[in-house]
Design a protein around this ligand. Structure first.
Ligand SMILES: [Fe+2]
Length: 210
């Protein structure tokens, strides 16, 4: 693992440590638990196929240490896509997102049942309602973005640096409009179970307006 990736993982831990809330504590514990189990060299993929990483990095406000650490580690990151969904995820999300695992089954640090990484969604994208066994922390470093929780719940807009903690199997959706979405994500357990889409009645209307 390169020094910049090591420093990025440390920067994620420092960033999350500042939030004294459920989810942030679990992810900080997971990072501390996993350190030391270094993977072999990963083939880098520094450019997410969906694009928008430059713009996302430029959109980060505050969190200067984390922003700098992501920039320095960028040549070593491996951006890939999440391919566990079936067609109900829609045609846009598969080409409008990417993630780079830092700790996990295919991370720079190996962990069997914990994931930490960066997650990017391009503007004009509805990440349709879904859920998964893994409890999930999103720590967006760009914003604002919109969220809804539960089936057909109201949309809530939150700025950057407002954390979202999704308990196991809680339904959630993310609406990314003008600003690219870039977050730290953590899955704290049960990472082997794939996420599943949960249908909602308004996808066509929302997506037509993007
Ligand atoms: Fe999720």
């Amino acid at each position: 693992m390169s020094d910049p990736v090591r420093q990025l993982i440390d920067a994620c831990e420092d960033y999350l440590r500042a939030f004294d809330m459920d989810g942030a504590r679990e992810v900080v514990d997971g990072i501390a638990r996993s350190k030391g189990n270094i993977a072999g060299p990963l083939p880098p993929q520094p450019m997410p196929l969906c694009g928008w990483l430059d713009e996302a990095l430029q959109s980060i406000t505050e969190a200067e240490g984390l922003k700098r650490a992501i920039g320095l580690a960028r040549p070593d990151l491996r951006w890939i896509t999440y391919d566990a969904y079936d067609d109900t995820i829609g045609s846009r999300f598969p080409v409008a997102h990417a993630f780079a695992s830092l700790i996990g089954r295919e991370g720079h640090v190996l962990a069997d049942d914990f994931e930490l990484g960066l997650f990017l969604i391009t503007p004009g994208t509805l990440y349709r309602d879904h859920h998964h066994a893994a409890p999930e922390l999103y720590a967006p470093v760009t914003g604002p973005h919109r969220w809804r929780f539960g089936t057909d719940g109201p949309w809530i807009e939150t700025p950057a640096h407002v954390l979202v903690w999704n308990p196991s199997w809680a339904v959630h959706a993310t609406l990314v409009t003008d600003v690219p979405f870039l977050c730290l994500f953590g899955w704290t357990k049960d990472v082997h179970y794939p996420a599943k889409v949960v249908s909602a009645s308004d996808w066509a209307v929302i997506e037509a307006g993007l």
